[in-house]
Write a protein that binds this ligand. Structure first.
Ligand code: NAD
Length: 315
């Protein structure tokens, strides 16, 4: 393995972070790991990673630090907090935050780390757990070009597509765009399928009739088979999508950009959250429409097999 990092720190070993860290080990990198939960740390240590006691400890023994955490406050705490990365870091180290957070927070953290002679890239991902396991995530990176070029090889061990989209924060702007498109695709599909079902036309037949035409999409192919099976196991939780839409709405507000459709799908997801469904897969948006219309979009027969379809069901 030919790159310049002696040890890579990895903080946040959840649904996404754990398989991503495992792929770095598989690619021959030496890892130092930390999570507030001991179980995934234990698993990584068994695969050869070094156990750390705090983000500060990770930074002390790493020359690149990756974070994969839920939201903006978590990344702030881990990087800038009392026992944070910045407390242990050496100048010249590169931080790559791969969490989906508010772009403004990426910029704010980057300014603070630069004061310590540290570079930062924001590099959120798309693809969900299956692609994190396969190492085929889509990675959208923002930051200084020279810094990006230094970490690109490491990112390629976790993703099949690694694209630099601009300066710091632009990775997370791209991720927000991705999340708006996915959420509205799910809403459009749900609205249409519930209308068909209410009109007495089998939604499964509608799906088969339209999926090869212009209305066909990755989202339709990924979510319809799950919906027809009544399978709302996440996947990507409605609660996490609400977090992304909140960041999108705040960013739109800061930029004075009208995003009426994003506001609409946010209302729907908030209603589902109030209904106790924040932990469901975001394909569960259809249940908002089903409840209003008093119909359910489910498979009537077990004859059709969808294994020929695009296998993803994640954003
Ligand atoms: P997760 O909740 O499964 O994992 C987060 C991990 O961070 C957990 O292991 C948690 O213990 C750890 N953590 C939280 N606070 C910490 C702290 N202060 N110090 C150390 N560790 C801490 O979340 P996830 O699904 O892995 O998602 C991570 C990020 O990736 C999120 O921003 C999410 O929006 C994004 N994302 C998720 C998916 C998906 O399908 N799950 C897809 C694309 C992007």
């Amino acid at each position: 393995m030919a790159d310049q990092f002696n040890k890579i720190g990895f903080i946040g070993l959840g649904i996404m972070g754990k398989p991503m860290a495992l792929n770095l080990i598989k690619a021959g990198h030496k890892l130092a790991v930390y999570d507030i939960r001991p179980e995934p740390v234990e698993e990584l240590v068994k695969k050869g990673a070094e156990r750390c006691l705090s983000p500060k400890h990770v930074a002390e023994i790493s020359d690149m630090v990756i974070t994969m955490l839920p939201d903006s406050p978590d990344v702030k705490e881990v990087v800038l907090g009392k026992e944070g990365v910045l407390k242990g870091i050496q100048p010249g180290t590169i931080i790559v935050d791969m969490s989906s957070i508010a772009p403004a927070v990426s910029i704010e953290i980057c300014k603070k780390v630069k004061e310590k002679g540290v570079e930062m890239i924001d590099a959120p991902v798309s693809g969900g757990e299956p692609k994190a396991i396969e190492g085929t995530l889509s990675i959208m990176a923002g930051g200084d070009l020279k810094t990006f070029e230094k970490v690109e090889g490491v990112l390629k061990a976790m993703g099949s597509s690694v694209v630099r989209v601009g300066e710091i924060g632009s990775g997370n702007i791209t991720k927000l765009a991705n999340q708006i498109i996915v959420a509205l695709n799910i809403a459009a599909m749900s609205e249409a399928m519930v209308l068909a079902e209410k009109a007495g036309v089998d939604a499964e037949s509608v799906f088969n009739a339209i999926r090869g035409g212009l209305a066909g999409s990755t989202v339709l192919n990924a979510k319809m088979p799950l919906i027809l099976d009544g399978n709302f196991k996440p996947g990507f939780r409605i609660g996490l999508h609400i977090k992304d839409l909140k960041n999108a709405l705040e960013t739109a507000d800061e930029l004075s950009v009208a995003v009426p459709l994003t506001k609409g799908i946010m209302e729907i997801m908030q209603t589902l959250k109030a209904d106790g469904k924040a932990g469901d897969d975001h394909g569960g948006v259809i249940r908002f429409y089903e409840k209003q219309a008093g119909v359910e979009v489910r498979k009537k027969s077990r004859e059709k097999d969808y294994t020929d379809l695009f296998p993803e069901n994640f954003p």
